[in-house]
Design a protein around this ligand. Sequence first.
Ligand SMILES: NC(=O)C1=CN([C@@H]2O[C@H](COP(=O)(O)OP(=O)(O)OC[C@H]3O[C@@H](n4cnc5c(N)ncnc54)[C@H](O)[C@@H]3O)[C@@H](O)[C@H]2O)C=CC1
Ligand SMILES: O=C(CO)COP(=O)(O)O
Length: 335
Amino acid sequence: MARPVRVVVLGAGSWGTTVAGLAAHNTPTLLWARNSDTADEINTEHRNSRYLGERALPDSMRSTADLVEAAQEADVLVVGVPSHAVRSTLTQIANEVRAWVPVLSLAKGLEPGTRLRPTEVIAECLPGHPVGLLAGPNIAREIVDGLAAASVVATQDVRVATALQPLFASAVFRVYRNTDVLGCELGGVLKNIVAIASGMADGLDVGDNTRAMVLARGLAEMTRLGEAMGANPRTFAGLTGVGDLIATCMSPSSRNRRVGEFIARGMTVEEAVAKLGQVAEGVKTAPTVMELARDYNVDMPIAAEVEAVVAGRQTPEGAYRGLRKVAAGSEDEVA
Ligand SMILES: NC(=O)C1=CN([C@@H]2O[C@H](COP(=O)(O)OP(=O)(O)OC[C@H]3O[C@@H](n4cnc5c(N)ncnc54)[C@H](O)[C@@H]3O)[C@@H](O)[C@H]2O)C=CC1
Ligand SMILES: O=C(CO)COP(=O)(O)O
């Protein structure tokens, strides 16, 4: 009898731990934690208190602080560290992962400097491996609590996604597939910037109509940039686009939304990020997205205001005043 597929997840933050928990219900799963205390706590107490409080993790899930051991064990490798850490993590194990092992990214940001998407960084670090991503409206804590959700495995080769779907699926976690890797990945990256704007709306008490405008016009910006870069615009109407946008902009738990709210309530960006203690990818991604918008000649007034706020050139009040000045043209053509 063939042995079961072994899933290895790199990064024991909130989402890496959660995804390892999903896989552990289906197949042997090992989670790499940078911090050995975290690995010990997962192995002995079956929880990750730093990121997920007292929530119980599956007893069958194992953790290690040994990156090489983790890489060598993988039949499927899941990269759950933030975007800025993908290259430095994978460079250490480039010769340890067996050939043809599929690699799935969880990260929703762009690599600072290179502007590469996480799947592109993975392809550079681990050439020859099938690369894809898992993304969707997936607030980690809700999923550990067993609340129903759905996600998407995106790979260019549909056979790879089809093989990976059942590894993460459960009765309450539905996993779809998609071959538009670019569109699915950009949806997760770009919604974080709109979520910062949504959080600023909460902090400024501007009202639900204004917030709905920001979401709808934010989705228009995301779709415009995605299409200009070669993605299928329809992808942005799905789980990884509008789905993740709604979850992140509305959820009290979203780190990106909370950063926006903290700033609008008077904190500096540095204070807001420090208070969070977890990654909010949109803060670092906003300037990179504006570089892409300029390169592709795409109008992104909401992202531009968010970028100005996180760079300290604009106040949240000024950002919302700026958005009111954007000329309202035809809904499907302009900003
Ligand atoms: N938390 C969530 O609900 C979701 C998060 N994501 C994405 O997943 C990625 C990871 O997010 P979270 O787990 O939430 O972040 P987190 O802030 O909870 O944890 C980050 C993890 O990465 C590790 N890490 C940080 N810097 C590192 C470095 N330089 N080298 C190696 N490891 C490093 C930390 O030790 C920690 O284990 C992000 O790109 C995020 O946008 C995607 C879907 C849902
Ligand atoms: O991507 C997420 C939900 O799908 C998590 O969003 P935050 O990183 O803003 O918490």
